[in-house]
Design a protein around this ligand. Structure first.
Ligand SMILES: C[S@@+](CC[C@H](N)C(=O)[O-])C[C@H]1O[C@@H](n2cnc3c(N)ncnc32)[C@H](O)[C@@H]1O
Length: 258
């Protein structure tokens, strides 16, 4: 998308992010699961946003570093109660500026990896995330599963265009406009936010990867799938799952002793 870079999504959504996405129902289960996996070790969240997850994770006592490409998102995070507990780092999640620091968990939640629209960047992100894992550390990745037969699948159809209202009120209309292209696995979108004061455009651009493609990329990063759930509460992953939480470990990590 012309004029769109790593900071664009965050900079254009920071003012509405918490209203629109702050109440995702699985936040509590996610925090519980990730805190359990980290088991006291430092945690790195890539694409930390306004701290929906990082703040409650830091409140459990974990040392939390959050990387984001958007200054606007990091400012919102820092201004919240408890914001000082999260170390915000401005940078690209493909290769965050973290010197040689290592983490017990690297978290990439809520489809954030798909913000990298070049598959080579998704691959580099996983390679660098793997490099940052302390011994026994895990990469935890949450993403949607592209549904077979849904718009945007690999069934050979052309791009699918959609326009849907997101908000309709007396003084505001928000339209969601998107184009999914199964050939490139990309979706270009805009929320067109219309008020009496004017129009605000909130663009987004993702490239989805299937769980199998992610496993292949993870393998190239020296990681193996240790577990895959259909949700943060640990439901088993199956063919009908709409999303997955995938937990990767370094290849050769011994199974946990019980
Ligand atoms: C969908 S939001 C998720 C925020 C948070 N993880 C959550 O679950 O609520 C994606 C975040 O990734 C950030 N982001 C997008 N591309 C990025 C990149 N290349 N490097 C670092 N952050 C990026 C955006 O600024 C935004 O804050």
């Amino acid at each position: 998308m012309d004029g769109y870079d790593a900071a664009t999504y965050g900079d254009r959504f920071a003012d509405v992010y918490d209203d629109w996405y702050g109440q995702l129902t699985d936040t509590e289960a996610c925090v519980a699961a990730v805190a359990r996996l980290a088991d006291g070790a430092p945690l790195l969240e890539l694409g930390v946003g306004t701290g929906r997850l990082a703040l409650p994770l830091a409140a459990t006592g974990l040392p939390v570093v959050g990387v984001d490409a958007s200054t606007a998102m990091l400012k919102r995070l820092a201004a919240k109660p408890g914001g000082e507990r999260v170390e915000g780092v401005l940078g690209d999640m493909v290769d965050p500026p973290l010197a040689e620091r290592r983490f017990g968990v690297v978290l990439v939640a809520y489809n954030t990896l798909f913000n990298l629209v070049d598959p080579a960047d998704q691959q580099r992100c996983l390679v660098n995330a793997a490099r940052r894992l302390a011994p026994g550390g895990r990469l935890v990745l949450e993403a949607f599963v592209p549904a077979p037969g849904a718009p945007g699948d690999a069934a050979g159809r052309g791009p699918v265009d959609r326009v849907e209202p997101r908000t309709v009120s007396a003084d505001r209309v928000v339209l969601s406009v998107s184009r999914s292209d199964p050939a490139t696995q990309e979706v270009l979108g805009q929320y067109v936010d219309i008020t009496e004061q004017g129009i605000r455009l909130r663009p987004w651009h993702i490239r989805w990867s299937t769980p199998e493609q992610l496993d292949t990329m993870a393998a190239a990063a020296g990681l193996v799938l240790a577990d895959r759930w259909a949700s943060w509460s640990g439901e088993p992953f199956g063919p009908d799952a709409a999303a997955h939480v995938s937990i990767y470990e370094r290849a050769g990590t011994p199974p946990p002793t019980r």
